[in-house]
Each structure stands twice: as C-alpha cells, then as structure tokens.
Design a protein around this ligand. Structure first.
Ligand SMILES: CC(C)(COP(=O)(O)OP(=O)(O)OC[C@H]1O[C@@H](n2cnc3c(N)ncnc32)[C@H](O)[C@@H]1OP(=O)(O)O)[C@@H](O)C(=O)NCCC(=O)NCCS
Length: 163
C-alpha cells in the first residue's frame, strides 16, 4: 500500500482532462459542488473551509480529492476522489460535475484515471461507490466503468463495487 500524502500531489493526465490539485483560485468556481460529509457549501468562505479540511484529510492519508480540469483552459468541470477506506486497502470513489458539464463524458474519463491510480499506484484491493437507487446518471456511469451492484443499503442507498 502506498497511501497519501505523496512527495508531489498526483496529477493524472488523460486525453482532454487533467486531474489536479484544487487551487484557492478555483474555489469561487466550485462552490456549487463543494461538499463535506454530504453538507453543501453555501458560499465561497464555506467552500474554502471545506477545502482546508479536504487538504488535511489528504495530509493525514485518509483521502485524495482531485479537481477535474479541461485541458483546453485548465478550468475545473468537477471533482472526484477517494474519500474513505484507504487505511483498509479500499477506496470509496465519489464524484460530482458542475451541472453545465454533465452529459459530455468528462466523468467517465476522470474515473478511469482515478481507478487506474487506485489499483496501480495506491495498491487498493477494492474500489466501491455508494449512490441512491434514483440516481440514474450515477448508476449508468458506474456500470459503464465496470462496477456491479453488491448491496442494498438503508435510506434507498445502493453499493457498487468494481468487478
Ligand atoms: C453522476 C454524474 C457525475 C454523471 O455525469 P455524466 O455527465 O452523466 O457522466 P459523464 O461525464 O461520464 O458523461 C457521460 C454521458 O455523456 C454522454 N456523452 C456525450 N458526449 C460524450 C462524449 N464525447 N464522450 C463520452 N460521453 C459523452 C454519454 O452518452 C453519457 O450520457 P448517458 O449516461 O445519458 O448515456 C453527474 O450526474 C453528477 O455530478 N451528479 C451529482 C453527483 C453524483 O450523483 N455523484 C455520484 C456519486 S457515486
């Protein structure tokens, strides 16, 4: 297992996207998709505090959170990362796109990079994701990536695992 933090933040490069560290200057653009423990940020100040907590979690080895940047202009279109389970050799993948970037294939490409990093570089034994039964887009995304449903959880949640 090769847990964070790393000497250098792991930027992951794809054809059209770069998974990179979130900079302070990005925060104003991602307030709408900033969350911590499932609680959304209401403004830039709250999103900045959340980002500090996320950075601390990375330093503590508990998570990796990437901004997904479009290589054409370096603007953030969404975020994804591993948020729980690393200490057990497992990674819970989470992700969210800014609404204007849904339906263009950004997240499939981003998750493929994150999955490859999780398996090859962190050495994860299991990658999973939790969503709700009603979240058709997330379910389509996960199944496209090769996840299969493994459990019905409480509160309409379902667990998917990379097969
Ligand atoms: C879940 C979520 C990330 C999925 O976003 P998405 O845009 O559907 O996923 P992608 O970026 O991979 O885009 C794939 C879609 O774009 C379409 N698409 C259009 N042009 C495309 C292209 N050039 N390349 C690939 N796909 C393209 C695909 O057909 C697909 O649409 P479909 O699912 O209707 O068939 C998004 O709905 C979201 O942010 N939801 C809120 C947070 C959330 O639920 N997170 C999930 C937690 S597990």
């Amino acid at each position: 297992m090769n847990l964070p933090p790393y000497d250098k933040f792991p930027n992951l490069s794809g054809d059209n996207i770069l998974l990179r560290e979130i900079q302070y200057s990005d925060i104003k653009d991602i307030v709408e998709i900033s969350r911590y423990d499932a609680i959304p940020a209401k403004n830039v100040a709250e999103a900045a505090i959340m980002q500090e907590r996320i950075n601390q979690n990375y330093k503590d080895g508990n998570s990796i959170h990437w901004g997904i940047a479009d290589k054409s202009n370096n603007a953030i279109v969404g975020t994804c990362g591993y948020y729980r389970g690393l200490e057990k050799g497992e990674g819970e993948l989470g992700c969210i796109l800014l609404p204007q970037f849904v339906g263009q294939g950004y997240m499939t490409a981003a998750m493929q990079l994150a999955i490859r990093f999780g398996l090859n570089d962190i050495g994860l034994k299991r990658i999973f994701a939790i969503t709700t039964r009603q979240n058709d887009k997330a379910i389509r995304l996960l199944e496209r990536l090769g996840f299969v449903k493994i459990a019905d959880l409480e509160d309409d949640e379902i667990e998917y695992e990379l097969a």
